[in-house]
Design a protein around this ligand. Structure first.
Ligand code: MG
Length: 299
């Protein structure tokens, strides 16, 4: 099932909906008597029977659902417009990206990655599907894209054994970990260069965990102006979801609603010689099999 946040009025009042199975209609959750303040509220509180009801409802004809609206006629927002905390990110979590990243920094990569690399990304507001990625002329020289599978936790996780990690996952979405390479290199740390306003496009919706076998093995790609730049599979993650959730939760409580972005495959702009950084007017499309496509334009 695909859950989304959308708006139908100019004041951007948020509504929650479930996508119809043919992906043409949105059925408001309130049509089924399900009321939550926002997606984070739903994630931490949705019951099993509500989940079953919505899965069933998504298969209905739009005529049978009061308040059904056509997907084309609404504005989608990021499924979680305002995360409750910084996003937990994985760095260099696909082998081929480790190689291109080392090459860009004129460093040697010895093919070993014994420990996962974790960092965080400040996000005051996630950018919506079709939203404009700011390019910061005069401040950012090398704007880059990173298509990533993001996982969202449904309950607090502490000391989770690897084999139980999947029980903590609410669902998955697509995240573009937009990065200013010059800023991240200049400041010797990824945090600032990845945390500028508008650098976290997310969406177009959340696919619930029950939609995929675990761990999900999904094609992941990124196109810029139609040119295929990244093309991999989440099966190629160096550190998978069980490892990440289990390891982090040994030392820190991962709260319900936590978003973990699992890292990007090779083919980012800095990986090319010469680099292919983003410029104004570029259309960036991040796609993951079974989820959809997150499309944004550079301002
Ligand atoms: Mg990244």
């Amino acid at each position: 099932m695909k859950l989304l946040t959308y708006t139908v009025d100019k004041r951007n009042k948020q509504k929650l909906g479930v996508l119809s199975q043919n992906e043409e209609w949105i059925y408001p959750l309130t049509s089924f008597g399900i009321e939550y303040k926002n997606m984070l509220d739903l994630i931490s509180s949705m019951t099993e029977s509500e989940s079953q009801l919505l899965t069933y409802a998504s298969r209905k004809d739009p005529d049978a659902v009061p308040g059904a609206v056509c997907l084309k006629e609404v504005k989608l927002l990021a499924p979680i417009p305002v995360p409750s905390q910084d996003i937990v990110c994985l760095g260099i979590n696909y082998m081929a990206h480790a190689e291109e990243s080392a090459r860009f920094k004129n460093e040697k990569f010895n093919g070993e990655r014994p420990y996962a690399v974790y960092f965080s990304k400040r996000v005051n507001q996630c950018l919506e599907p079709e939203g404009m990625i700011p390019s910061y002329p005069g401040f950012v020289e090398s704007l880059d894209y990173e298509a990533e599978l993001a996982v969202i936790l449904k309950k607090d996780a502490k000391n989770v054994p690897a084999e139980q990690a999947k029980d903590y996952i609410f669902g998955y979405t697509i995240l573009n970990d937009v990065s200013a390479r010059d800023i991240q290199n200049r400041h010797k740390q990824w945090y600032f260069g990845k945390s500028l306003d508008g650098f976290c496009p997310m969406g177009p919706w959340i696919v619930t965990a029950d939609s995929f076998s675990f761990p999900p093995k999904l094609g992941i790609s990124c196109r810029v102006n139609g040119e295929l730049r990244q093309n991999s599979n989440t099966a190629d993650l160096i550190f998978g979801l069980e490892h990440i959730i289990s390891e982090l939760s040994q030392g820190m409580t991962l709260k319900a609603g936590t978003i973990i972005s699992t890292g990007t495959p090779s083919g980012v702009g800095m990986g090319f010689t010469p680099p292919k950084f983003l410029k104004s007017g570029d259309i960036v499309e991040c796609s993951i099999e079974g989820i959809g496509t997150l499309r944004n334009t550079v301002q």
